[in-house]
Write a protein that binds this ligand. Structure first.
Ligand code: OGA
Ligand code: MN
Length: 289
């Protein structure tokens, strides 16, 4: 077979996301092809590869092209086979025990693990089984959300830092071994500038993490809530999003620094089985000037 030299890239929405067509990512890829994929990913924020057949080893090998892999603390028991870097996202139960995380409910808008000091730069999600309806995953372009922000709102958040609560998951449930706090100002978690510069592209983007229990550091809690509500309203009203309807064999990789994502709920009687990797966070991301 001739080596592949360039990619066929098709945008999947006006706002973000592109499909890379006709690349078999279960095979080792040349350095130049990986570089092209990486550049396209930085430009499009979310990449889709359809009709893939990936073992866990293939998923790990493809993911490693883009950096060292992370394991998700607290989720290791769900790792299949012998790949601690692979996490199962699924509602399926075997003998009364869930084979994976996140169940069948809604996962509200979030950035993966924004509540740690060095959040993963990327997550990769590969679908093995999907329901006929429901369980779509939506992505939001946080560069565009910032660019379209009204001036007064931008001025109100410039130079500010957000505390990202670490005690609740994206379904809003208290995580195991965590306690509820009495004031948002006491929520555990990591603090990040609310406007951050992407380390590779240099472009500033909004970094919101998730709405629930977020707090703008130093602000009166009620004022922080009011400002965050306005910011979220701005993000959600505008068309900064791509909705992904899954087929089995889809691999999505997203830039977790400049996108948020959410998932629709789906019928608990249906099966949804996804395998997932994420890249390890590296150097801190700078606040935008
Ligand atoms: C994730 C996630 C949503 C989904 O894997 O980080 O949020 O669609 N998944 O399963
Ligand atoms: Mn997620």
């Amino acid at each position: 077979m001739m080596p592949q030299s360039s990619l066929d890239i098709q945008p999947v929405s006006k706002s973000l996301g592109a499909e890379i067509i006709n690349v078999d990512i279960s095979q080792p890829l040349s350095a130049s092809l990986i570089d092209e994929i990486h550049k396209s990913w930085l430009k499009n924020l979310v990449l889709l590869f359809r009709n893939q057949t990936l073992s866990d080893a293939d998923l790990v090998a493809f993911s490693r092209n883009f950096g060292d892999l992370d394991s998700v603390p607290g989720w290791e028991p769900f790792s299949p086979d012998t790949h601690p870097e692979v996490l199962v996202v699924s509602n399926v139960q075997e003998n009364g025990t869930p084979i994976g995380v996140l169940g069948d409910g809604e996962a509200s808008w979030h950035t993966d693990m924004a509540y740690i000091a060095k959040p993963p730069p990327a997550s990769l999600l590969y679908s093995l089984e999907v329901p006929d309806t429901g369980g779509d995953t939506c992505f939001m372009n946080m560069y565009d959300a910032l660019d379209a922000l009204p001036d007064d709102l931008r001025r109100a958040i410039e130079g500010k830092t957000l505390n990202h609560d670490s005690s609740h998951d994206s379904g809003g449930n208290l995580r195991p071994n965590h306690q509820m706090f009495t004031s948002l100002a006491e929520a555990p978690g990591a603090r990040h500038p609310i406007i951050r510069k992407h380390p590779d592209t240099g472009r500033p983007a909004l970094f919101l993490g998730r709405r629930l229990h977020a707090w703008i550091v130093g602000m009166d809690v009620a004022q922080s809530d009011a400002l965050l509500d306005r910011l979220w309203e701005h993000c959600l009203q505008e068309d900064f999003t791509y909705r992904h309807e899954w087929q089995p064999g889809d691999l999505l990789m997203w830039d977790n620094r400049v996108t948020m994502h959410r998932r629709d709920p789906f019928d608990g009687g249906a099966r949804r089985v996804m395998h997932r990797t994420q890249l390890k966070g590296i150097a801190g991301v700078e606040a935008a000037a």
